[in-house]
Write a protein that binds this ligand. Structure first.
Ligand SMILES: *[C@@H]1O[C@H](CO)[C@@H](O)[C@H](O)[C@H]1NC(C)=O
Length: 329
């Protein structure tokens, strides 16, 4: 086997999902569609949360942060596919590859942690409604958000540090569509057992189990409390406020588990990895905005404001406002 010492490795080749040029075109347009939809959805969410005062509640501030994570995450995982197809250049420098691996690991952790913080928020809202504004005040909210971001960035450092000590690679072709740790680990000709163990432990304890257990406990309390509510409307309303969150949590855990449990990298598994990494950022804004009254109201307010401004320039905007109101009913 040919070995390349690390100091001679200045770049890697991202093999991508397939080597078949016809299939490449389909993948390109599919990924482009997914990417643009993801950006549009999350950008709308982000802007509304930033600029609408009514959405300055803990839940929406968490969601605003989640939309930043989602935009970054989909950019990192999908831009190689898009750029590689356009420029026909599949190489990536060593430094960008490391940065990609670092960012993807951090963002996945942050996504999990923010969702965990949100389950705590839901727990307080349903089980301690009278104390909600005392417990989930601005300070706690900022602290929780900062903790999620910081911890996400820190937790990737130990595995990446070990990876950095590797001295040579058996190949420079990464059999994946972005620099992820498992495909890169396979290229190393050093002993990777320590890194494997550490990575496995981190996934299990720091990333998987702890957020999972915390979310699970929150939901046990939430469900117990919902069952205690007498009136059906009260029950429905309480359940309603956490159903979106629960959907996203379930979606994220399913995709993460299915992605990291299948470690062989055939074309079909890479394709499912593509959907796994794309699903949560794509569906997150949809799940939260569909059937969400606050969000729709905010959207409507901003649209009407926009049309009212343009009304000064041209007539006929009453009809536009009317159409918007009907659409958003
Ligand atoms: C993210 O969280 C911070 C801290 O709570 C908050 O100040 C900021 O507004 C949030 N960002 C968005 C887009 O919601």
């Amino acid at each position: 086997m040919m070995k390349t010492p690390k100091n001679e490795t200045t770049f890697f080749i991202i093999r991508g999902i397939t080597d078949d040029p016809d299939f490449d075109v389909i993948i390109f347009f599919l990924v482009l569609l997914i990417y643009l939809t993801t950006l549009a959805g999350n950008m709308t969410f982000f802007l509304l949360v930033c600029f609408d005062r009514h959405l300055h509640t803990p839940m929406y501030i968490f969601l605003g942060n989640l939309s930043i994570v989602d935009m970054l995450c989909s950019t990192i995982t999908q831009h190689n596919v898009l750029l590689g197809f356009i420029t026909k250049d599949k190489s990536i420098t060593y430094t960008s590859c490391m940065a990609q691996m670092y960012m993807f690991g951090s963002l996945t952790g942050q996504e999990l942690l923010i969702l965990t913080a949100m389950s705590y928020d839901r727990y307080v809202a349903i089980c301690r409604p009278l104390l909600y504004h005392n417990i989930m005040n601005k300070r706690t909210c900022v602290l929780l958000n900062c903790a999620c971001w910081t911890w996400g960035f820190l937790q990737v450092m130990p595995p990446l540090g070990i990876f950095y000590t590797f001295t040579c690679y058996s190949s420079i072709v990464i059999n994946h569509f972005f620099c992820d740790i498992i495909p890169l680990m396979k290229l190393s000709c050093n002993d990777t057992s320590l890194l494997r163990t550490l990575f496995f432990m981190e996934c299990l304890v720091l990333i998987g189990c702890t957020p999972f257990i915390l979310t699970f406990i929150s939901y046990v309390f939430i469900i117990r409390n919902i069952l205690k509510i007498r009136s059906t409307t009260g029950k429905r309303k309480a359940f309603y406020t956490c159903s979106s969150h629960l959907t996203v949590v379930l979606l994220l855990y399913t995709t993460l588990f299915s992605q990291y449990l299948s470690s062989d990298l055939k074309d079909s598994t890479k394709l499912s990895a593509l959907f796994n990494t794309a699903a949560v950022p794509l569906l997150n804004p949809l799940i939260y905005s569909l059937k969400n009254k606050d969000f729709k109201a905010a959207f409507k307010r901003k649209l009407i404001l926009y049309f009212q401004k343009s009304e000064k320039k041209e007539h006929g905007s009453h009809i536009q406002i009317f159409i918007v109101q009907i659409l958003l009913q």
